[in-house]
Design a protein around this ligand. Structure first.
Ligand code: 5AD
Length: 355
């Protein structure tokens, strides 16, 4: 039995096995088998539904200095700004009117947003829109902070490990950032009852199948409810300005592998994939993804939240949900209303419109 078949049957491998699977997946037929199985599982779990999240990029201040990221502290050219509480609530208001039932508050690690300010914001959102899910994506904080956010009402948390390989992590991040701490945050988030989202960059400088295999093994252990992956895209004002972008095909193969590894995971076809290819997100859905995250960020800050170059920031995507729905329908899927929770917690949700 070859490695692709072994993986499809068991849904799990060793690190060596994953490295072998990734190498084998470069063969067209192997990639097709993985895609076929991924779509079968996607449909078995979620039918043809694609869930939508309104992404609010509320601050591009960041105290970290990740070598790949356009809003790193060391980028003096980045023009910094943040939305305040009222501006964020106005984004949610607009998103709600458009039909969105999940809001994702994403930002750099901005010390102005203290635990108290975050908790107040979370409470305000959950009080006004109790039928909506609230996802946070604000980086590493203490377990106590995470607990506070959870008690304030946050439902989900996105924190990519970026790479699970420790030596590779050290090549993408300055020495003060720790791969152990990052992974520990994810375990804590899960323990605290968040629907947790992990994930990694595809094609970051120096990454090989061996490093990617570590990410797959980590996700196999963590079993997160969500997983976000996207190709690395160089940004001109970072140390990685001259590096090559990650590959769309490799990202698509990894989406299929993730669907097989975690059959009911919520898996977005990311903006970065859509940035590298005009049909990238459709291709992502056809590879096994089932979430889209249109940007709700208002113009003014939207173009400043430049994690990588050519990040499609000019369009008001959330304002054109109709267009997004049409694109998804063209490939045989439909945008789902409702919060779109992970299966494991659906029993807890009373007001979910569309299960
Ligand atoms: N290319 C692609 N993705 C990036 N991110 C940050 N910088 C880049 C880049 N240059 C991703 C990181 C982070 C997410 C919010 O954006 O994976 O977790």
């Amino acid at each position: 039995m070859d490695i692709v078949e072994t993986f499809i049957r068991s849904g799990r491998l060793t690190r060596e096995g994953y490295a072998e699977l990734l190498a084998a997946s470069r063969n067209r037929e192997a990639a097709k088998s993985l895609q076929r199985e991924a779509v079968r599982l996607q449909k078995a779990t979620y039918g043809n539904r694609v869930y939508v999240r309104g992404l609010i990029e509320f601050t591009n201040y960041c105290k970290n200095n990740c070598y790949y990221c356009g809003i790193r502290k060391g980028n003096r050219k980045a023009s910094r700004c943040r939305l305040d509480r009222e501006e964020i609530l106005a984004c949610c208001e607009r998103g709600y009117a458009l039909g969105l039932r999940t809001f994702v508050l994403q930002g750099g690690e901005d010390p102005w947003y203290t635990d108290e300010r975050m908790a107040d914001l979370i409470q305000a959102v959950k009080e006004r829109w109790p039928d909506c899910a609230l996802t946070l994506s604000v980086g590493e904080r203490s377990r106590e902070s995470y607990r506070l956010f959870r008690e304030a009402g946050a439902d989900r948390y996105l924190l990519r490990q970026e790479t699970a390989d420790e030596s590779h992590y050290g090549k993408l991040h300055p020495p003060e950032m720790s791969p152990e701490r990052r992974k520990q945050c994810l375990w804590e988030l899960k323990e605290l009852g968040f629907q947790a989202g992990a994930g990694f960059l595809v094609g970051s400088p120096g990454q090989t199948d061996w490093e990617l295999a570590a990410d797959l093994l980590f996700l196999q252990e963590l079993r997160p409810q969500m997983a976000g992956i996207g190709p690395f895209i160089p940004h001109r004002d970072t140390p990685f300005a001259g590096e090559k972008a990650g590959s769309v095909d490799m990202t698509l193969r990894l989406i299929s592998i993730l669907r097989i590894l975690l059959p009911d995971v919520l898996l977005p076809a990311t903006t970065a994939l859509g940035t590298l290819h005009p049909q990238g997100r459709e291709m992502g859905i056809l590879a096994g993804a089932n979430v889209l995250m249109p940007v709700l960020t208002p113009p003014g800050i939207r173009e400043k939240y430049e994690l990588y170059e050519h990040k499609s920031s000019s369009k008001d995507e959330a304002g054109r949900l109709g267009e997004l729905a049409e694109r998804v329908e063209k490939i045989g899927y439909r945008l789902a209303a409702g919060r779109g929770d992970h299966r494991e917690i659906r029993g807890d949700i009373r007001k979910s419109a569309d299960r």
